[in-house]
Design a protein around this ligand. Structure first.
Ligand SMILES: CC(C)(COP(=O)(O)OP(=O)(O)OC[C@H]1O[C@@H](n2cnc3c(N)ncnc32)[C@H](O)[C@@H]1OP(=O)(O)O)[C@@H](O)C(=O)NCCC(=O)NCCS
Length: 190
């Protein structure tokens, strides 16, 4: 059955160029490097990151996770950045579920415990949405978080991703099904 719509963005929109660094004031978002493994391991040792991302990580898995990002960029399925202060890794932010024909992507983020409370996540999310709209041409950037995670809700709102509603019982966590709050920003939002 032929699609009656044309793809909003063509193949090669991401892969046709190298993954760039993103400037976020005194933060620098840069592609992951193999020597970032200790920071990733430290992240997945943190109870809050384990809780909300429902994942643990061994050294080998951290290496594989870091190695996976260039391929995801080439396949245009995802893009991950280390959030840094220019030197140290403070967190991660990434585009997931990249859908170029529909010009949208999901965002995921975490910040290491010592770097929290300084708007690191908010500033990184603002820089990433600006990149997604202005340089990639996405139409919609969205995320969802458990309704039991108010810090993530604040990050989304402060970065201009408006709350759209709640998906009931939509994600399984270690303690069972959680209601998930959906946020999104459109390129046309002011
Ligand atoms: C959520 C997370 C990314 C926030 O990172 P951060 O850099 O500390 O976030 P920011 O400093 O940009 O903003 C945090 C906001 O949440 C608020 N906040 C923090 N803890 C909170 C809590 N328990 N309840 C309500 N608000 C809270 C802060 O006051 C701040 O709001 P403000 O800007 O209005 O003052 C970080 O806490 C984290 O990595 N948590 C574990 C993993 C996670 O939750 N990932 C997201 C999954 S959807």
């Amino acid at each position: 059955m032929p699609l009656l719509t044309t793809p909003a963005l063509a193949p090669g929109t991401l892969a046709g160029r190298p993954q760039p660094d993103l400037d976020a004031g005194d933060l620098l978002l840069r592609p992951w490097r193999p020597d970032d493994r200790p920071a990733v391991l430290a992240a997945y040792a943190d109870p809050a990151i384990r809780r909300w991302h429902c994942r643990a990580m061994t050294g080998d898995e951290a290496r594989d996770w870091l190695d996976s990002w260039p391929g995801r960029w080439r396949q245009e399925t995802g893009a991950g950045w280390a959030i840094t202060d220019g030197t140290a890794v403070l967190g991660q932010i990434s585009l997931r579920a990249v859908d170029l024909p529909e010009a949208q992507a999901e965002v995921s983020y975490w910040v290491l415990p010592d770097a929290r409370g300084r708007r690191v996540a908010t500033r990184a999310l603002s820089a990433l949405t600006a990149f997604a709209f202005d340089r990639v041409g996405l139409h919609r950037v969205w995320l969802r978080h458990s309704t039991a995670n108010p810090a993530s809700c604040r990050v989304a709102e402060r970065a201009g991703l408006a709350a759209e509603g709640t998906n009931r019982g939509a994600a399984r966590h270690l303690d069972g099904w959680h209601d998930m709050h959906v946020h999104a920003r459109l390129r046309t939002d002011t």
